[in-house]
Design a protein around this ligand. Structure first.
Ligand SMILES: Cc1ncc(COP(=O)(O)O)c(C=O)c1O
Length: 482
């Protein structure tokens, strides 16, 4: 590195005198950039502040402030009677920085991140949503004006709030009142933790319960987000095949530490786990000391008989973690979910929440508490249940008439999506890719199946599209699968 001569330094600085950024700030920033960029080498002395002020036509004070600031930040060293010197070890290694290798070559990713890179979960669709993308609520039907009034009031309440809890008590109370009546949840309000999404809840429980090498069970076909979270925690995940009643409780050599189930509407088959299998599962978990993660992701929407209550309320158990999300019952971007943890685990889980940063805005929690207590939440769910039931029926009709000879569909008793199984030999991933090219989103059953199986099918959402949109997309689907 050739030292920059005193006389050259002023020419390397370009100070604007248009009244924008202060001259001290500009001089500090530009000198810092010359040091980190290696143009001023470690040990090199700057001109004296008097000399620099003269050649830059600045006041001596401006230069002194900049130099003191850089000395305070550790970029320059000052000693009495000597000119400021550039500190050692600050220049970045320019050869490495400017090399042509890609970012992922330079950064050492963890095994978890490498696993994510290889995994095909979750299928991500950027841009606007398209029919029949699974898991979406119809956000056009959400009462946004009413919601924005709740948000405004909650923002104004900020100064009068005394409570510093991370899980907002008014929301815990309001949600518990709702869940105990509608889902049969038995808990105290403080057992409800408010997290950004149900996926965050799964990751939180997995991180807190699993050790590397532990066994975890998940449904197959099943929700990929659970597989990813368990593997991230180092667990060995067993894909448990389903029968008509849901997850089978096979005899496995290694007892699981965690069992993940979606008993209200099995993901993705939509089937309900009957009471007998629920009790069997509870007894098994109790016997081997396993925890159950009950994911009730779209448990608010039921179209047939009265919904079956959640597992969590069936029997008092210190081992059930009940998960829900508001992204289905309200709209996807609300980013609020919850975990009902066993009473004995509240403290450690709140601590884990803080350490993992799984906290959500108190203003949004407050707004949601009001939305629920004012009856708007239940009103919305009731209206959406009628609307989505109509859409489910329309979707069943449309699929029967456009693709009845190629697809078999079981009417889901609730939820926002259905599984259409392929008849005969097909490649569901190829079908899904062709549908996507034609503007229809689906999820291939085979990417959600984690045990050896020949079953092929398409997972399709119906809730977010009106009847015209459903008919149009079903015609496209019919042309492609025929
Ligand atoms: C079975 C299941 N669990 C959890 C989630 C995650 O919900 P959230 O959007 O709140 O993360 C989804 C999302 O589609 C899901 O299908």
């Amino acid at each position: 590195m050739v030292p920059v001569m005193d006389d050259l330094l002023p020419g390397m600085l370009d100070l604007a005198r248009d009244g924008g950024e202060t001259l001290t700030r500009q001089l500090t920033d530009q000198l810092r950039a010359l040091i980190t960029g290696g143009r001023l080498a470690p040990g090199q002395r700057l001109p004296s502040s008097r000399h620099l002020a003269q050649s830059l036509d600045l006041s001596r004070n401006t230069v002194s402030f900049a130099i003191e600031q850089l000395a305070a930040e550790g970029y320059l060293t000052l000693s009495a009677g000597r000119r400021p010197a550039v500190a050692d070890g600050l220049a970045l290694d320019r050869r490495k920085v400017s090399s042509r290798t890609s970012a992922s070559d330079r950064v050492n990713l963890s095994p978890w991140a490498r696993h994510l890179q290889r995994s095909i979960w979750p299928p991500i669709h950027k841009g606007r949503s398209r029919p029949f993308q699974p898991g979406l609520a119809d956000e056009r039907e959400f009462p946004h004006d009413l919601w924005s009034r709740c948000l405004r009031r909650a923002a104004r309440n900020a100064l009068s709030r005394r409570d510093r809890s991370i899980n907002h008590p008014p929301l815990q109370h309001a949600l518990l009142a709702h869940l105990s009546v509608h889902r049969g949840i038995k808990a105290k309000p403080q057992q409800i933790l408010i997290v950004p999404t149900a996926q965050a809840g799964i990751a939180l429980v997995a991180a807190a319960l699993l050790e590397p090498g532990d066994h975890a069970w998940a449904e197959s076909p099943g929700y990929g987000g659970a597989y990813v979270a368990f593997k991230a925690a180092g667990a060995i995940v067993s894909a448990m095949p389903l029968d008509e009643q849901g997850m089978t409780i096979g005899s496995r050599k290694d007892a699981p530490r965690v069992i993940f189930v979606t008993p209200s509407h099995q993901y993705p088959t939509g089937r309900l786990m009957p009471i007998g299998r629920r009790l069997e599962l509870l007894r098994y978990a109790e016997a081997v000391g396993a925890c159950i993660i009950e994911d009730d992701y779209d448990g608010e929407f039921h179209y047939e008989a009265r919904p079956v209550a959640a597992l969590q309320g069936l029997a008092p158990s210190p081992r059930i973690f009940y998960l829900g999300t508001f992204s289905k019952a309200t709209y996807a971007d609300i980013r609020l979910g919850y975990v009902v943890v066993p009473e004995a685990q509240v403290d450690i889980f709140e601590l884990a929440q803080r350490h993992m940063g799984m906290l959500t805005s108190i203003a949004t929690q407050d707004a949601l508490a009001e939305f629920i207590t004012a009856g708007a939440y239940l009103g919305h769910i009731k209206r959406m249940t009628r609307l989505y039931k109509g859409r489910r029926d329309r979707m069943l009709q449309a699929l029967a008439s456009e693709a009845g000879n190629r697809l078999t569909v079981e009417a889901p008793a609730g939820g926002m999506q259905l599984l259409a199984r392929c008849r005969g030999a097909s490649d569901d991933q190829k079908l899904a890719a062709r549908l996507l090219e034609a503007g229809v989103v689906s999820r291939a059953l085979s990417i959600m199946t984690y045990h050896r199986s020949d079953e092929q099918g398409l997972f399709l959402g119906f809730a977010a599209w009106n009847e015209k949109e459903i008919d149009r997309a079903a015609r496209v689907l019919g042309r492609i699968v025929r």
